[in-house]
Design a protein around this ligand. Structure first.
Ligand code: EPZ
Length: 428
């Protein structure tokens, strides 16, 4: 086990380069299963969710070749298996994207119900609704596995009852090689949905309307080799913007698409943060004490739920009372119990958290509860007085490439150390 040790109080200053988007990569890599040829994918983030996805691909029979740390060539012409085992699927939510892609390629997928961050109930009824609309049947198996089978997938209309990123991705994946046209209504509009559609179109798919709430997928016979580069990570970019604001810093966040960051930029500006936009970079400075504000998380283009925990750290230090309403997940405030140990004053009632801003935070030992809750603790540690230790960092490393190096380059005092507990257990 490792932990981060952070001595807070340093202003973050300088430049940081944003990596490829996690949530695009974990959809695009399973999508390669549909392609009868070689795919070269650039700008893949080096994070543990990507390693897990690549392990699943290998277990299915993919030939994977690293061109460099962030570029991979995948040849799926030799795929022979259609089962994703539990010991891999349990590590990440997006393992369910293999249902859509294996179903599209082979007409059969056996996948264990997925793991991932714990935000309460995370149903997949809308994914299953999409598969059955295209003619597949779904059966539960032993050990938490499900089997999805179709003789022939046929395009259909799918109306999603909730705006779901995962169900939109799975509906697209299963429809690309289906006969006829699929219309997905009430689709998610996140940048990674558009990136997935662009990737598949670059391989010969015919997907139109991604980025709007009606996506049309015109089925094609086969997909061919392609070379594609993943978009920059919107949430990683937002995280460094917040880290700069939290420490009163001056950071140029490079390799971003400013349009994807508009809802985050708008809220930071409301809090008194200065945000300057360039073509593919954003500079964030914070001259004065933060001002309180209210935030409601929403599907894109609303304020992203994945930025809710990092921004909560800013609100906990802002002048006055702020309210966050979480409208996407039923239980995404678990991390606040840990932040209270650092002096955060917050009351949580269901999906609403009320923050009474304090002048400063104080260091404490804390545990990452999940990916974005964990990064909130890192940001709190950077801003706090004293030395904060963040444990359970495997949650954080699912989604942030080179976090320690990137923060240290900006002047943070942060180290990744092996805990004595794990040294003892290794010695035994
Ligand atoms: C994706 O999760 C992201 N994960 C999450 O990122 C993100 O928080 C979430 O979208 C919302 O933006 C990936 O892209 C891998 P949803 P996903 O289906 O697809 C309900 C991060 O930190 N719902 O859009 O699982 C669901 O319960 C993470 O990077 C159903 O009711 O989210 C939730 O309330 C964690 N039935 C809402 O929809 C379904 O069948 C949105 O979930 C599916 C979802």
């Amino acid at each position: 086990m490792e932990k981060y040790v952070i001595r807070g109080g340093n202003r973050l200053c300088g430049e940081v380069e944003i990596s490829g988007a996690k949530n695009a990569a974990v959809a695009i890599l399973p999508a390669t299963v549909l392609i009868d040829g070689v795919c070269r994918v650039d700008n893949i983030p080096s994070i543990s969710d990507v390693s897990t996805t690549l392990k699943i691909l290998k277990s299915l029979g993919s030939q994977i070749r690293y061109i460099n740390k962030n570029t991979i060539e995948i040849d799926n012409s030799t795929l022979q298996f259609h089962t994703v085992p539990h010991d891999l699927a349990r590590h990440m939510r997006a393992s369910y994207y293999f249902i859509g892609s294996l179903l599209g390629r082979f007409g059969i997928a056996r996948v264990s119900m997925p793991g991932g961050c714990n935000f309460g109930v995370r149903p997949i009824d809308q994914h299953l609704k999409a598969f059955t609309a295209l003619g597949a049947s779904v059966s539960p198996m032993e050990n938490g596995m499900i089997e999805v089978v179709a003789d022939r997938l046929v395009g259909n209309s799918i109306y999603l009852d909730v705006v779901s990123v995962g169900a939109t991705v799975n509906a697209i994946l299963s429809a690309v090689l289906a006969r006829g046209t699929t219309i997905i209504e009430n689709a998610a509009k996140e940048p990674h949905i558009v990136d997935l559609a662009n990737f598949l179109n670059s391989a010969g798919a015919d997907i139109r309307g991604a980025g709007t709430d009606v996506i049309k997928v015109f089925g094609v016979e086969r997909l061919h080799s392609t070379h594609y580069s993943i978009i920059p990570d919107q949430i990683e970019a937002g995280t460094y913007m917040v880290a700069s604001a939290a420490t009163g810093g001056d950071v140029l966040v490079k390799n971003v698409i400013p349009k994807h960051l508009e809802s985050i930029t708008a809220k930071l500006q409301e809090m008194g943060v200065v945000v300057e936009e360039y073509d593919d970079a954003i500079r964030v400075t914070r001259p004065n004490r933060l001002i309180h504000c209210n935030i409601k998380t929403m599907p894109h283009p609303g304020f992203p739920t994945d930025m809710q925990p990092p921004v909560a750290v800013l609100l906990s230090m802002a002048d006055g009372t702020s309210i966050i309403t979480e409208s996407v997940w039923e239980n995404r405030f678990r991390y606040i119990d840990e932040l209270r140990r650092m002096g955060v004053q917050a009351q949580v009632d269901g999906k609403v958290a009320v923050f009474q801003g304090v002048e400063y935070l104080t260091a404490a030992p804390v545990k990452a509860t999940d990916l974005r809750g964990g990064i909130a603790m890192v940001i709190a540690g950077l801003a706090a007085r004293g030395v904060t230790e963040v444990e359970e960092i495997h949650h954080i490393e699912r989604g942030y490439e080179n976090l320690v190096e990137k923060l240290a380059n900006l002047g943070a005092d942060i180290r990744r150390v092996v805990t004595s507990d794990s040294l003892i257990s290794r010695a035994l």
